[in-house]
Design a protein around this ligand. Structure first.
Ligand code: URP
Ligand code: ZN
Ligand code: ZN
Length: 460
């Protein structure tokens, strides 16, 4: 063994037990009591969790002349410091661009820069014959998930393309992840507000109400059912979409959904903050009124919601968000969150009794690994799995602030919140990347992760 994690309480999605963990060549080789024979890493008084997986992040995302402010280096440092050891970002081709070319460019941005392991979702922005061929050949190289959008003109696909792409995904065994909002409805409502001179962030959620999300989710789920393809609804925010998802689940359809900490913990009165501060919370789908939060937490606990991702997409408040100062539709959409997900879910979920310790691990590590073809290499603590481990001090209190977080952006949506429970030491394939809360890793340690298709997974 190269090292032994000693004296901690190991927690997986299904079990909690006291054990030491032996690591050799980056792999877990032993899980047993009182291991000796290699340098110890002290985990006394701490939980030892599998490295967490954030399956929805946007580093260096170009939108409307701006680029989101974390890249694969700064973003994965923030991930590591927050206990996340695997991220899944996106390959987003421009219309008409070859998906292979977009993939090569994206890999060049990440390789040599990422400090934790990473994978990439494909995105299809049309169903042209070349796109279908490229998706198939990239799926064979381990890009086994496919992002689809029903809104955003640069990337959205219509129902005919959706059907073709979902059918292809089924045949290839690649998992669709779909952003579901009704584009025409959003455009209609935005135009109406602007015509009335209603330009403040207050109108952002009103231009994308819950029914706009639920309608698109229902439509996409119906189309997926027609071609018998499993799918994941991205960033579900409201009771209405939850009812659609659960209805399909109860009818036996393989429908999964992710939720973000933002939608579990923040609500739409933030759009009315003075001095344009509501722009910090302009993300899509938007924050809802607080009555949606308890149903989302309960659904996460019972399994109707499968996983928690961040949709980390940071834009600076001082500059980039100001672009929409006089027109809310021009505010770059998105918010940071990659570093705060795990502490927030533990503190606000587990500690407050809204989420069991095992569901916490399941929703933030094990289920994303299963659904995206990384399990059992990632997402659990088992002999043979990568030694991606989070030694987590359940008593450490931290007051969240953009000034001390590593996210490369000038605000934190949870500024001033105090969490209890924080990652202390974080290992990626046996290498310590965070020690006593300090980043000690290196650019390029993060590896690209080719993934399995879902045909080969027992869980889907
Ligand atoms: O507002 C958001 N969520 N921006 C990032 C792109 C997306 O929709 O996931
Ligand atoms: Zn989205
Ligand atoms: Zn996103």
């Amino acid at each position: 063994m190269d090292l032994i994690i000693k004296g901690g309480t190991v927690v997986t999605a299904t079990a909690t037990f006291r054990a030491d963990i032996g690591v050799r060549n980056g792999i877990i080789t032993h899980i047993a009591q009182d291991l000796t024979g290699a340098p110890p890493v002290d985990a006394t008084g701490c939980f030892v969790f599998p490295g967490f997986i954030d399956a929805h992040v946007h580093f260096s995302l170009p939108v409307g002349g701006f680029v989101s402010t974390d890249d694969f280096y700064t973003g994965t440092i923030a991930a590591a410091c927050g206990g996340t050891t695997t991220v899944i970002d996106f390959i987003t081709p421009e219309r008409g661009q070859s998906l292979h070319e977009a993939t090569d460019l994206r890999r060049a941005e990440a390789d040599g820069r990422a400090v934790v392991d990473y994978a990439l979702h494909l995105t299809a922005v049309d169903a042209a014959p070349r796109t279908l061929r490229e998706v198939a050949s990239l799926a064979a190289e381990g890009y086994t998930s496919l992002k689809l959008y029903t809104t955003y003109p640069a990337v959205m696909v219509d129902d005919a393309a959706l059907l073709q792409l979902l059918e292809l995904a089924r045949d290839l065994g690649i998992m669709p992840l779909v952003h579901t909002e009704n584009h025409a409805a959003i455009e209609h409502l935005k135009a109406r507000f602007l015509a009335q001179g209603k330009t403040e962030p207050h109108y952002h959620p009103l231009s994308r109400p819950p029914t706009v999300e639920a309608e698109a989710a229902q439509r996409v789920i119906t189309l997926a059912g027609l071609v018998d393809c499993p799918l994941i609804i991205a960033h579900l925010t409201c009771r209405q979409t939850l009812a659609v998802v659960e209805g399909a689940q109860q009818a036996g359809q393989a429908v999964y959904a992710e939720v973000t900490p933002n939608h579990l913990l923040l609500s739409d009165e933030l759009y009315d903050l003075p001095d344009f501060e509501g722009a910090k919370y302009v993300l899509s789908p938007p924050l809802r009124d607080s009555s949606h939060q308890a149903p989302l937490w309960r659904a996460l606990e019972r399994g109707a919601l499968a996983m928690v991702s961040t949709d980390h997409c940071p834009w600076t408040f001082a500059e980039q968000k100001q672009h929409g100062r006089h027109n809310f539709t021009q505010i770059p959409n998105g918010a940071p969150g990659i570093e705060t997900r795990v502490p927030l879910l533990y503190s606000e979920g587990v500690r407050r009794g809204q989420l069991s310790l095992h569901r916490f691990v399941d929703t933030c590590a094990t289920t994303p690994a299963r659904l995206y073809g990384l399990f059992p290499r990632k997402g659990t603590i088992a002999v043979g799995s990568d030694a991606d481990l989070v030694i987590f001090d359940p008593e450490q209190e931290v007051t969240l602030s953009y000034t001390t977080l590593h996210q490369n952006v000038d605000y934190c949506p949870f500024e001033g919140w105090t969490v209890r429970g924080y990652p202390k030491t974080v290992l990626v394939r046996g290498q310590t990347v965070v020690q006593d809360g300090e980043f000690v890793g290196a650019a390029g340690w993060g590896q690209f992760l080719p993934r399995q298709p879902f045909h080969h997974r027992r869980s889907v």
